[in-house]
Design a protein around this ligand. Structure first.
Ligand SMILES: Nc1ncnc2c1ncn2[C@@H]1O[C@H](COP(=O)(O)OP(=O)(O)OP(=O)(O)O)[C@@H](O)[C@H]1O
Length: 273
């Protein structure tokens, strides 16, 4: 199940590879050191993985293993101290200033703005045409199941609904990459499960490339086309696992043997037997 170089790939089976599209994200040997008061702290060591366009990659690992750091490097918010970080390719050029949407653990809505106006925020900041953006914002609110809530204020919505608004906001400027940092971490368990199903649907409908950070091993397996497993102390990338589960993914796949095998494998990689 672990991904090893070329296993099962066209090269391994002797077929030509000329049509293989270049990855949308390419990380090789990425290293990040934080420096504080003369002390150095290795937050990420040797992160190496590729992401194809349209994948939903999950990053899982214990607190402090560098998941958010990797996301911030991809978002261009932090630099890195070694290795290669490349986003985009000839077919899909990437502009970090406009092609990223972000979703955080808290919805971070502006409480004085109506829901539609909250979703519009990135479009306003980027100066996109107002009429088209409002139409797109309405469409996205419908996509996340919030048609009819356009004129409400954030306080009138539950935590799960607010998080759906933040997902719509992350998509309004039609970014090529969506980075999600523990977006469902603050939700109750049942709402979180519902949001997992919703996110799979939104991902399939929107066709976006998504990187999703979580502490939850079951969540990572349920959502991901691939799971990247990171360990802490020392912070390092332990594995990249391709998830092959029946589609569409409904909650009952959590009872499948294959789902159990993936989660057991990740628990093992994290030293939790
Ligand atoms: N700006 C910073 N300066 C110094 N150290 C930092 C900084 N940001 C993060 N760190 C340290 O780097 C390590 C990785 O942090 P990071 O936030 O990336 O981990 P994480 O896996 O996302 O954790 P969590 O799941 O708890 O959010 C941690 O030990 C953290 O204390």
């Amino acid at each position: 199940m672990l991904t090893t170089l070329n296993t099962g790939s066209p090269i391994a089976s002797g077929q030509p590879v000329t049509d293989a599209p270049p990855p949308f994200i390419h990380l090789k040997g990425v290293r990040k050191v934080y420096r504080q008061r003369g002390q150095e702290f290795l937050a990420v060591s040797d992160a190496t993985f590729d992401v194809a366009e349209g994948e939903l990659i999950t990053l899982v690992g214990p607190s402090g293993c560098g998941k958010s750091t990797l996301l911030k490097i991809l978002a261009g918010l932090h630099g890195h101290d070694g290795g290669i970080v490349r986003i985009g390719n000839d077919r899909q050029p990437f502009d970090a200033g406009r092609d990223i949407g972000m979703v955080f653990q808290q919805a971070l809505l502006l409480k004085w703005r109506r829901i539609l106006d909250n979703v519009m925020l990135p479009a306003e900041i980027l100066g996109l045409p107002v009429k088209e953006s409002r139409e797109r914002a309405r469409h996205l609110l419908a996509l996340v199941g919030l048609a009819g809530f356009e004129d409400k204020f954030p306080y009138e919505l539950s935590g799960g609904m607010q998080q759906r608004v933040s997902i719509a906001r992350a998509l309004v400027h039609d970014p090529k990459l969506v980075l999600m940092d523990e977006p469902f971490g603050a939700l109750d368990a049942l709402t979180r499960e519902r949001m997992n199903i919703e996110l799979r649907r939104i991902w399939q409908d929107s066709g976006k490339t998504i990187l999703f950070v979580t502490h939850g091993i079951a969540e990572a397996v349920f959502l991901g086309t691939q799971v990247v497993v990171l360990t802490a102390r020392p912070a390092r990338m332990a594995a990249r696992i391709t998830i092959d589960l029946p589609e569409p993914r409904t909650l009952d796949i959590k009872t499948h043997d294959a789902f159990g095998a993936y989660t057991r494998e990740i628990y093992g990689l994290l030293g939790m037997h």
